[in-house]
Write a protein of this length. Structure first.
Ligand code: HEM
Length: 136
């Protein structure tokens, strides 16, 4: 079994039965067929993410280092991303949530700053013009 083999997501999707069960975790492809019966968390959860990206499900459980070692032994290849494929799950959630929240926060603060500074300048200019007029 070599890690150099590349699978498209479409290929991985076809391995979704108990006897032929692939799973994508962090862009690597694992053949879990031999492990389904041994999984301490039960076969159901593995079958649920069979042929799909199980990164989130795997990480949510907080698997031990031992579990990660078992995972290493099941490695069969890496994911070959094709144009139009969804982005890797774990990264997609972290980058999209952080970038969208930070950019919207940045925009909000920037907008307030522009309004406040613009208002202050307008107020100053108005006062200045008023004082010019009264002094003439
Ligand atoms: C091939 C991938 C996986 C491997 C090698 C694996 C391995 C393990 C191992 C060794 C344990 C025992 C506890 C530990 O050492 O952390 C465990 C527990 C567990 N796993 Fe997985 N797991 C995999 C995928 C998943 C997925 C996708 C789920 C989906 C939710 C899942 C859910 C669970 C749950 C709920 C437990 C806790 C069981 C309990 O404590 O009663 N596992 N897994």
């Amino acid at each position: 079994m070599s890690e150099s083999k590349e699978f498209t997501l479409a290929e991985v999707t076809t391995h979704n039965t108990k006897k032929d069960l692939y799973m994508v975790i962090h862009d690597k492809v694992y053949d879990c067929s031999s492990f389904v019966d041994e999984h301490p968390g039960g076969e159901e959860v593995l079958l649920d993410v069979g042929g799909q990206d199980g990164s989130e499900a795997f990480e949510d459980v907080g698997h031990s280092d031992e579990a990660r070692e078992i995972l290493d032994g099941l490695l069969v290849g890496t994911v070959k991303r094709m144009p139009g494929d969804p982005a890797p799950k774990a990264q997609a959630t972290s980058t999209s949530s952080s970038s969208s929240s930070s950019s919207s926060a940045g925009f909000g603060v920037g907008l307030y700053a522009v309004i406040l500074i613009g208002g202050a300048i307008a107020y100053g200019a108005y006062n200045y013009l008023q004082s010019q007029q009264t002094s003439q």
